[in-house]
Design a protein around this ligand. Structure first.
Ligand code: ADP
Length: 259
């Protein structure tokens, strides 16, 4: 296997920086390298590589303070379909020990079990439309109440959902740490999703989901920009590189516990 030899520079200030596209393995001097994945690897393997790279980067960059940076992370992952939210959520979950809450996965589980909720949701999902709020909000609120540290993936997907979430979290006394916006061009999304081939990954449904994303979900980023929570993340590179980007950016937002 050939190793792709792009290096991620790691110095103290680079924890918050956005390095060039790369994948890399092992620490050498001031540089961290992550094992490249030139042949298709499982999302699980890629997630492990991304986590290892980010762990090295954060420890290297933040020195002895790195462990103290692990606060209760409460975040939202936003981005178009196919931007890698699920894969990145796995990396972040491992790194910060937070619970991954994916509304898409929760809904697909309901559909699979053939529940009433699943049957109702399925019609919308197959058309690439948003599932009505009355279904989604109850489902998410139930999950949030029991979690100290979480990563929301696929929620909120509209400004109304974001406003509802703000109220729920205020009542629970669990403020958000950040909203990471995974930025990927539409045509890259279409290509990635056609290759993934989930039931709702036909070109027609993908384009409808993208249209719904731009009209209904993108305003969510503006909503959180106003709260100074938005963290734009370059997400067109390889999984490990995006993992590095997102974790270093999140790390720079978390303060040491007790400070
Ligand atoms: P993707 O990010 O690829 O669009 P998801 O797994 O997040 O996939 O969502 C799949 C489908 O589930 C969406 O197209 C939508 O129909 C429904 N869905 C997921 N989350 C929500 C939500 N927060 N509000 C409304 N519908 C949702």
């Amino acid at each position: 296997m050939t190793i792709q030899s792009v290096r991620l520079p790691v110095v103290a200030s680079a924890v918050a920086a956005r390095p060039a596209k790369a994948t890399a393995a092992a620490v050498s001097g001031d540089e961290v390298q992550i094992s490249g994945a030139p042949t298709p690897a499982s999302a699980e393997q890629l997630a492990q590589q991304g986590t290892a790279a980010a762990e090295q980067a954060a420890t290297h960059g933040a020195g002895a303070g790195a462990a103290a940076l692990r606060g209760p992370l409460r975040m939202i992952l936003v981005g178009p379909p196919g931007s890698g939210k699920g894969t990145q959520a796995k990396i972040i979950t491992q790194f910060f020990k937070a619970t991954h809450i994916s509304t898409g996965e929760l809904l697909r589980a309901e559909v699979k079990q053939g529940t009433e909720l699943g049957k109702e949701a399925q019609t919308y999902m197959q058309a690439g439309k948003l599932v009505p709020d009355e279904i989604i909000l109850k489902m998410v609120d139930g999950k949030l109440a029991g979690e100290e540290s979480f990563i929301l993936d696929g929620f909120p997907r509209s400004k109304a959902q974001a406003e509802h979430l703000d109220e729920t979290l205020a009542k629970l006394g669990k403020p958000l740490t950040a909203v990471a916006n995974l930025m990927v061009d539409d045509e890259i999304v279409v290509k990635r999703l056609k290759e993934r081939g989930r039931q709702d990954d036909t070109e027609e449904i993908i384009r409808e989901r993208l249209q719904v994303y731009h009209s209904q979900t993108e305003p969510v980023t503006g909503h959180y920009q106003l709260q100074s929570l938005l963290e734009p993340v370059e997400a067109e590179g390889q999984v490990a590189q995006v993992g590095y980007n997102v974790i270093t950016q999140l790390n720079s937002r978390l303060r040491p516990q007790g400070c």
